[in-house]
Design a binder for this molecule. Structure first.
Ligand code: ATP
Length: 513
């Protein structure tokens, strides 16, 4: 089995074993691509939300946050283009009866060519050592050039066919490239069809009067339809932004990558309203800002890259993804789109209401342009969880599993561990717990050997463990153990609040952006 698959399996089993993520409705054999967050997962998820919200809303005086409803007027999805165009091209394998996204099959094929390209580069780098000039090699090596040209030709043909809705050509491409079902090797494919990803439901008690609704496939439209309400009540001038965190629902064709692609997931979206003509400058600006926000998490700059879109969505005049190196390769983590005035103009047309802004500097009315940043909360959770989960061999040869999350995001900030229950240690530990619980999410445990307790805290990413022993009763000091260095230090109890705060505060993370 490939090593990457092992890593991914370990991520999934660790997430379940330590109360981060459970398959939904598990006692009924689960529900495909739906997951529940457990006690530690819910904490981590909330902390990620806070990191995003604080970075967006608290640190930018011209960005405010809202919380709009999941149910929205059905005409909104006509106006936004989702009823007509929120489709994915699907293809079935007639032998395995498995369903795939036709575009993803082709993109995966190209990713394999890219792997070959990268292997050539790695080989050459080893061969030439310090003298290796990567730019020169990539620009001149015939093999690399051939791979690249092939990949670009395929992707550009795919983009054109999708643009023209020429699904027969997408099928032809799959056949020409001899793409097979990755699990069975069968090349016996059906035609390619479009499939709308929105979930439908009904509002109202009686069958004849009920209205057909959709579960929102993105949170953005809740921001667009409230744009004027917020602008007027907040009295912000352009440019200003509206942020929102909330659930979105998509009936994904293929959802086989744990929480990477779910049918119910959460988005953290921000729409930045700007004057027409200034949008591309703000778009570049937000690309940089959003990448820096990710980099502050410390997961390693080599794990991120931009992917500029060749095929632009119907509403965009520029778009890029921030891709992350997940256990199954580089994939989209966040989208940054320059959405023009498409959405607001469409809502003006469909609602019959004016959504214009009076610009006092230009002395004119216009519909603002929009730059959007949209990150999947669950995908960010997976990025953090899979990168921070490590097996370490210690100096004494023993092993430990540690989840080295950024301390501000850790589900538990500190564990309070009396060495034993008796001799008044538990009572003393409880007073510490009761004092600090107003400031931090803590964990209290008195059972098992202390080493075992440390390991359990390492496995859920607790940055600090505080141990209360007999000396504590005599001199009011405790031992504090650092998750990453495993160093232990004796500190006065009165210093604990400051030490935990210094280690785990959001300020540490936010000031790195
Ligand atoms: P993909 O190409 O992977 O389907 P997308 O381009 O359709 O994603 P967007 O519509 O740009 O995604 O949504 C913004 C963000 O929402 C994505 O960057 C991703 O992080 C997240 N997201 C989208 N679909 C899902 C899903 N099914 N499960 C989890 N997160 C998702």
């Amino acid at each position: 089995m490939a090593k990457q698959e092992d890593v991914f399996k370990k991520v999934i089993s660790h997430a379940k074993e330590y109360g981060f993520i459970f398959p939904s409705s598990e006692i009924y054999d689960g529900l495909s691509a739906i997951y529940d967050y457990g006690q530690n997962g819910a904490e981590l998820k909330n902390n990620i939300k806070q990191y995003w919200w604080k970075a967006m809303v608290q640190l930018n005086e011209n960005i405010v946050g809202i919380d709009s409803a999941i149910f929205m007027h059905p005409t909104i999805w006509k106006a936004s283009g989702h009823v007509d165009a929120f489709n994915d091209p699907l293809i079935d394998n007639k032998d395995s009866k498995k369903r795939f996204r036709a575009d993803v099959l082709i993109e995966d094929y190209c990713a394999k060519i890219e792997d070959k390209e990268n292997k050539e580069i790695e080989k050459a780098a080893k061969r030439f050592g310090d003298a290796f000039d990567k730019a020169e090699f990539v620009a001149t090596n015939p093999r690399v050039l051939e791979y690249r040209a092939k990949r670009e030709a395929i992707l550009s043909r795919l983009a054109k066919s999708l643009e023209k809705e020429d699904l027969a050509d997408v099928k032809a491409l799959i056949e020409e490239l001899e793409i097979a079902d990755p699990d069975t090797g069968s090349k016996n494919w059906t035609e390619v069809r479009q499939f709308n990803l929105m979930f439908g439901t009904k509002l109202g008690a009686s069958a004849d009067t009920a209205t057909d609704l959709y579960l929102r496939p993105e949170t953005a439209q809740g921001i667009f339809v409230n744009y004027l309400n917020v602008q007027k009540t907040s009295r912000h001038k352009l440019p200003f932004g509206i942020a929102q965190i909330g659930k979105a629902f998509r009936n994904e064709i293929v959802a086989r990558q744990f929480i990477f692609r779910m049918r119910e997931f959460e988005q953290m979206e921000m729409q930045y309203f700007v004057a027409p003509g200034t949008e591309l400058e703000f778009y570049e600006n937000w690309k940089t800002k959003r990448l820096n926000w990710h980099l502050a998490l410390g997961l390693g700059s080599e794990n991120y890259r931009f992917h500029d879109h060749e095929k632009l969505a119907h509403y965009a005049n520029a778009a890029a993804d921030i891709e992350f190196n997940f256990p199954f390769g580089f994939k989209e983590l966040e989208g940054i789109h320059s959405r023009t005035d498409f959405d607001l103009k469409a809502h003006e047309k469909f609602s019959g209401r004016k959504l214009q802004y009076f610009d006092p500097e230009r002395n004119e009315n216009y519909v603002p342009y929009v730059v959007e940043t949209s990150v999947g909360l669950d995908r960010l959770f997976l990025a953090l969880f899979s990168t921070c989960l490590k097996d370490e061999v210690l100096e004494d040869g023993s092993e430990r599993t540690v989840l080295s999350l950024p301390p501000a995001l850790a589900p538990v900030k500190a564990a309070i561990l009396p060495l034993m229950k008796k001799d008044g240690l538990a009572e003393y530990a409880e007073t510490i717990f009761n004092d600090l619980k107003y400031d931090f999410n803590l964990f209290y445990e008195e059972k098992d050997a202390i080493g075992k307790r440390y390991r359990r805290q390492d496995a859920i990413g607790t940055p600090l463990c505080i141990t209360i022993d007999h000396d504590s009763l005599a001199d009011n000091t405790v031992t504090i153990r650092d998750r990453d260095t495993m160093k232990q230090e004796r500190v006065p109890v009165t210093e604990l609040r400051r030490i935990i705060d210094e280690k785990t505060s959001f300020r540490n993370l936010l000031s790195k952006i």
